[in-house]
Design a protein around this ligand. Structure first.
Ligand code: GDP
Ligand code: IMO
Ligand code: MG
Length: 502
């Protein structure tokens, strides 16, 4: 059987497939949505917004999409790509991505936007960035306005994509949306706001007004222009998807990852949408039970996190967290300063940088270094409660040259007595399934099982059984500790570097 036949066997009986991430994002959702794109008739995003950065590599060409579904590059007659109602829709980013498609000679007639998707406006990006100025309470957001958009939705003052079709109502709603924000922004130094609004993502100063902070006329004008470009793409996408359940092949593309979900993630260091499979289904207009198969992606045997928040297995611990959160730290600087760092470095902080170099772990949205650490099974066990057992392991090839692999199989709790509901957590307690509470995770010492590395190039391997024995041992250990089923192993960024395990 060739790879496509194996894949089709894996998907036999499946009409609706969901791809989600079981960690803190950046696990390869883009690669896999693209990989399944020729199978699908409808591909839909349901959560998050332009905070996502999904990379697709086809031969030597790399594409990064923030909003449009990652299957867009696979042009198939009749295929529809959808941005669902749960998505924070930023017209500015969409306009940029449509330009990429145009350059590739792809039409975007088959790209539909839910009329109910949440509309991102300049003030959302401003509020997001103002809030992140203080180091206290900082989340390390992507600055794409995500928190404020979802906040407005729940505060019942949000706008939707449908408002682009009714510009009179748009203006009324815009004014209402701005009123409290302007009051708050007037309390801070106007120059700070001005500087933020000079950013190209916020119109390069176009929307700034010295007196009123926001120039409502300019915002209206810009969004009127967007409406002209997109109006034919706005639709009742929820009905389209629902009406095709069981009839067409539907692929739901997750964004972020379970551990970043507002509902089940490592709160408060999370994003503001529910990026679990439950949120994904809802954000496309479906029920979770409409999904036939959920594949949860897991980076292994290392993992990453961008932004603030506890990360028990982080290589270099707090030193790494601080370094990666320092403004101005990027790939160029690290290459200059730590050119010798490798995955085998005796110093853990340097080893973390070595892993970052080997895996090109720099944010696709912000360019920030992604914090690196060993695979954490207590967190994985927790995450699979929501995604189920079916798993795609990615980026294993990154550790081809690593001599000793460590897997965290449990934590030892090292904090003070802490009450979790009816249970008292005590110093020395063993935790095998993570408890996503900031106080608990911050006091969890990882316990490791160490393995010899496989020390060979796996990037051309095409079957599970021909993976090196030392790697198989590690995969068996992961399976036995978590109960996951490894359906796919990814050994490189390209479509054809994909092993189906059936
Ligand atoms: P996403 O946000 O989940 O779509 O992931 P990102 O695109 O942010 O980051 C994943 C990165 O890893 C991208 O640059 C992919 O091209 C790359 N990638 C995906 N799978 C593999 C793999 O198995 N091996 C290697 N070396 N790179 C991979
Ligand atoms: P993809 O889809 C990794 C993180 C940010 C920050 C937190 C809140 O590419 O996997 P936000 O801007 O959403 O308010 O930021 O969430 N974050 C991501 N980390 N991958 C992502 O998306 C992310 N989207 C948000 O770094 O810590
Ligand atoms: Mg990403």
């Amino acid at each position: 059987m060739n790879n496509k036949e194996q894949r089709d066997k894996l998907l036999s009986g499946v009409n609706t497939l969901a791809i989600v991430c079981n960690q803190w994002g950046d696990t390869g959702k883009g690669k896999f949505v693209d990989y399944f794109a020729d199978w699908a008739d409808i591909i839909a995003r349901g959560t998050g917004g332009a905070n996502a950065g999904h990379t697709i590599r086809i031969k030597d060409q790399e594409y990064i999409f923030h909003l449009v579904p990652s299957g867009i590059l696979y042009d198939k007659i009749g295929k529809i790509n959808i941005i669902g109602s749960g998505v924070a829709f930023d017209p500015n980013i969409i306009a940029e991505e449509l330009e990429i498609l145009k350059k590739e000679g792809l039409s975007f007639d088959n790209l539909l936007f839910s009329r109910n998707a949440l509309l991102v406006l300049p003030q959302h990006l401003v509020m997001d960035r103002v809030k992140e100025i203080n180091t206290e309470g900082k989340i390390g957001t992507t600055g794409r306005g995500i928190g404020p958009v979802y906040t407005d939705h729940y505060a019942r003052i949000g706008l939707t994509v449908n408002d682009l079709l009714n510009m009179k109502n748009f203006k009324e709603k815009l004014k209402r949306n701005l009123s409290d924000k302007v009051k708050l922004l007037k309390l801070i130094d106007i120059n700070i706001v001005k500087e933020i609004m000079n950013h190209p993502h916020i119109g390069s100063g176009r929307f700034f007004d010295e007196k009123e902070i926001f120039n409502i006329e300019e915002i209206e004008k810009a969004y009127r222009e967007f409406a002209e470009i997109f109006k034919k793409n706005i639709a009742d996408t929820e009905s389209i998807i629902r009406n095709n359940i069981g009839k067409k092949k539907i692929l739901l593309e997750g964004a972020q990852g379970n551990l970043l979900s507002i509902d089940i993630g490592t709160y408060p260091f999370v994003t503001s949408s529910d990026c679990s499979v439950t949120g994904l289904a809802k954000g496309c207009g479906l029920k979770e039970t409409d999904i036939d198969l959920t594949l949860g992606i897991v980076k292994a045997p290392y993992m990453t996190r961008v932004g603030e928040g506890p990360f028990p297995t982080e290589l270099g611990g707090l030193e790494s967290a601080k370094w990666c959160g320092t403004k101005g730290v990027n790939k160029t600087l690290e290459k200059e300063k730590y050119s010798d760092a490798t995955v085998n470095d005796a110093n853990e902080f340097n080893q973390g940088i070595g892993v970052r170099f080997a895996g090109y772990e720099y944010g696709a949205t912000t360019g920030r270094p992604r914090r690196t650490g060993w695979l954490d099974l207590p967190l994985l066990k927790y995450s699979t409660i929501f995604s189920g057992p079916h798993t795609i392991l990615t980026k294993i090839d990154v550790m081809d040259k690593c001599e000793k692999i460590k897997i965290c199989h449990a934590y030892e709790y090292t904090g003070e007595n802490y009450q979790i509901g009816e249970k008292t957590l005590k110093k020395g307690d063993l935790i095998e399934t993570a408890i996503p509470d900031k106080e608990v995770i911050s006091a969890c010492k990882p316990l490791y099982t160490e393995f010899d590395g496989w020390l060979s190039d796996i990037t051309q391997t095409t079957s599970y059984d021909s993976l090196p024995q030392n790697l198989i041992k590690i995969l068996d250990f992961i399976k036995s500790k978590t109960g996951i089923v490894i359906d796919i192993v990814s050994v490189g960024p390209d479509r054809d570097q994909t092993i189906i395990n059936i």
